[in-house]
Structures are given as C-alpha cells and as structure tokens.
Write a protein that binds this ligand. Structure first.
Ligand code: GRF
Length: 201
C-alpha cells in the first residue's frame, strides 16, 4: 500500500512508521508533505530519500489541484496525518474519502478541535483532573478531529505531576497505535458500517 504522510514537526510518529518491522512488507511511504520545509520530520524524510512536497501557507485551488495530482501520480492509497497541524483542504478530503487518517494525542471526542494540538491538549487533560488519557486514530473529515474514530488506546495518568508526563506516556502509545492501524488498512481489515469502524482480526 502506498502512503503519503503529512507532518509539521518533530516526526517521531513518521519515524515509528518507517522503523516498524511489520509494516516493511506491507507499505511504502512514497511522499512526506509538510507546511514547514524546515521541520525535523521533513529532514528525516530527506535523509531517507523520500519525496517531499511543501504546502505553502496561502493555498489556492490551483495548488490543491497540484497536490492532488502529485498524490495521484504516486498512486497514494492512504494519507496519514502524523502531527500535521493544518486543516486538510475540502477538495482533498473529497478526493480521498475514508482514505485520510489522523492521530490525536487524547481520547476523542474530548480534548479535540481547533487549537487542540501538542502541549495544549496535554495541559487541558492535566487541568481537567482526568485519570486516563490516550491516543485516537480517526478518519479525517472537513472539521478538526471530528471524523469517525478507528482505534483508541488508554493510558493511566492518575499519578502524573505535569502535562509533560502525560505527553510522554501518550506518545509511546501513539508509536504503536498508528503503525497498528496502518497495518490493518494495508491488510484490508478496516470496515466501516454507518458511523462505526470495525477492525477485523
Ligand atoms: C503527536 O502527539 C500527534 O498525536 C499530534 O502531534 C504530535 C506529533 O508528534 N497530532 P511527532 O511530530 O510525530 O513527533
């Protein structure tokens, strides 16, 4: 299965995908797209000789068409948002319906939406006094963090002393959950029935 990974920052989830042994025979990361040409994730892609595509701040329809044809030319079958901070243009969502997934560092539908990214999420979870947090992989639609949930994993945070500690625990879950879900896509083991998504054995 041919993948495009969209990134904006550190790139630890991209690294987890590229390093995952089980995925090696199932997927190929054909392109890494970013709004930030200087971010660590893009540097990682370049070091692995993966094609990159930089999405400028101001997007017009022409550019989105260019991005879509770039992805189509490489026969991209799944787009993975791994720490991508911008909204996906509606025409791209339409073109890749149920073929774009995102990882969010909390248990949606709580602690999601515009502005809820990075440490903002973990600070909100910390302040809420919640005892568990976790990671969510969901389909991407036209609103931030609102698409159908594919998979979630929880982590106990009852003893944490800071949002940073939550971030660390959640991140280690993300690095397993995202490759797991990608593997299921590659094996055609994701089934959508109405508003629910099933992962088959
Ligand atoms: C992760 O916590 C992910 O859930 C969120 O942004 C962060 C990206 O981290 N969407 P990295 O760039 O993969 O290290």
């Amino acid at each position: 299965m041919n993948l495009a990974v969209f990134v904006s920052g550190r790139g630890s989830n991209l690294k987890a995908i590229l390093d995952n042994q089980e995925l090696k025979s199932l997927i190929a990361v054909k392109v890494v797209c970013s709004n930030d040409s200087e971010c660590n994730a893009i540097k990682l892609a370049e070091s692995k000789k993966i094609d990159t595509f930089i999405i400028p701040k101001i997007q017009d329809e022409k550019l989105v068409d260019e991005l879509i044809s770039f992805l189509e030319k490489r026969n991209i079958e799944l787009i993975v948002l791994a720490g991508y901070l911008k909204l996906i243009p509606p025409s791209l969502v339409d073109k890749f319906e149920n073929k774009i997934i995102n990882i969010h560092p909390a248990l949606l539908p709580s602690f999601g939406g515009k502005g809820m990214y990075g440490m903002n999420v973990h600070k909100a979870v910390f302040e809420s006094s919640a005892k568990v947090s976790g990671a969510t992989v969901h389909f991407v639609n036209k609103e931030y963090d609102k698409g159908k949930i594919i998979a979630q994993r929880c982590v106990d945070i009852s003893d944490v002393k800071s949002p940073e500690e939550i971030a660390e625990r959640v991140l280690s879950i993300e690095h397993n959950l995202l490759p797991f879900v990608i593997g299921k896509f590659a094996l055609n083991k994701i089934e959508i029935k109405g508003n629910r998504v099933f992962i088959l054995d």
